[in-house]
Design a binder for this molecule. Structure first.
Ligand SMILES: [Zn+2]
Length: 359
């Protein structure tokens, strides 16, 4: 069904255009739509690309409904069992999913201990470099879109991560490293990880290190929502002990160095997780935290749209341009003035179909 969104201001990656029409045909943004197209009055609203959450953990089919209702039209899972992922990837009319399948972790890590009752987590344990190729091949066979590696101390040694990255790259997979401590970030850097996720809570990434990441082409999904959630849980009164500041300072340094920042929340409903940001709405929390950490509202919008798409190879989405998927969110107010306006959702289109009516 073809649709024309009439009288909408369009996010072009730099700001919003004057109000105009946007045509949708065959699930894609089109040059025009025929005379039979349904016309939707956008009433001067603000049209942005559907949001991409670059770090989630699927909890079941309801996950996709929650995500799309909040305008998140693509979700990148960062560790879930392959059968769960594959059951959800086949569903139409809901958030599109990409996945790592289960993240690789060391049997020596606290992460592995927390996951010890989950059979799929046992399958994801990699004891040493000699096991890396077989482990990565299993992920390729399962249909993984990228490889996730949990760098936890104690846990993987440098040589383990090096071997996993080499095996993943040999199979053409990007590598994503869980690194929530500074020493894990250092291992990730040496191993040539493509995507860092989380931001260290013990010691910030400094300017010189950020410059090296920029030169290497590394990107970061800092999951500030998760890092803040952890601190709110372990040090709620803000007394002596860990604080959120190193995570924010890390983002500030990476942003200043020109490292691409991607929006991701770590949304989950996993009982053993250190915090559980809610699906969908937490993406809006993340955008606010990214702005608080120094991104402009336009940069924050890009972090959840074009920049996210670019660095995960999602070439068919992330912008409002002819031929791209018509994953769209219509807002009442201008998010480049106040990023909180991403919550003022009036409508969501997923591959051209209106999936939620917020009117
Ligand atoms: Zn996670």
């Amino acid at each position: 069904m073809a649709t024309v969104l009439r009288n909408v201001r369009v996010f072009d990656g730099e700001g919003f255009t004057e109000a105009r029409d946007v045509a949708i045909d065959g699930g894609l943004i089109a040059e025009g739509a025929g005379p039979d197209a349904e016309v939707v009055d956008g009433a001067g609203g603000y049209l942005v690309p559907g949001f991409i959450d670059c770090h989630i953990h699927l909890a079941g089919p309801h996950t996709q409904e929650l995500l799309v209702a909040a305008g998140v039209t693509t979700g990148l899972d960062m560790s879930s069992p392959a059968p769960l992922v594959n059951a959800m990837r086949g569903r139409v009319g809901v958030t599109d999913i990409r996945a790592a399948m289960m993240a690789m972790s060391s049997p020596a890590s606290a992460h592995a201990q927390r996951m010890k009752d989950i059979p799929a987590a046992q399958e994801a344990l990699v004891a040493g470099p000699a096991d890396a190729e077989a482990a990565v091949s299993r992920r390729v066979d399962q249909g993984a879109d990228y490889l996730k590696i949990v760098i936890d101390l104690p846990g993987f040694e440098q040589e383990d991560v090096d071997a996993l990255v080499a095996a993943a790259h040999a199979h053409g997979l990007r590598t994503v490293a869980h690194a929530s401590r500074w020493d894990a970030v250092a291992i990730a850097e040496t191993a040539g990880i493509d995507v860092l996720t989380h931001a260290p809570l013990d010691r910030p990434i400094d300017g010189a290190q950020a410059e090296r990441f920029a030169a290497a082409g590394t990107v970061i999904v800092p999951t500030l929502t998760m890092m803040k959630g952890i601190i709110d849980r372990v040090n709620p009164a803000g007394g002596p002990g860990p604080t959120y500041a190193p995570a924010r300072e890390s983002v500030r340094a990476m942003h200043a160095a020109g490292v691409p920042i991607l929006a991701g929340t770590d949304a989950n409903e996993t009982p053993a997780a250190p915090a559980s940001p809610p699906f969908g709405t937490s993406l809006h929390d993340e955008l606010e935290l990214l702005v608080e950490a120094g991104l402009t509202p336009v940069e924050a919008l890009r972090s959840a749209t074009s920049v996210a798409a670019q660095h995960f190879g999602l070439d068919d989405r992330g912008a409002i341009a002819h031929g791209l998927r018509a994953d769209l969110v219509l807002l009442d107010t201008d998010p480049t003035i106040d990023i909180a306006a991403t919550r003022s959702i009036r409508g969501v289109w997923l591959a051209g179909d209106r999936v939620a009516d917020h009117a």
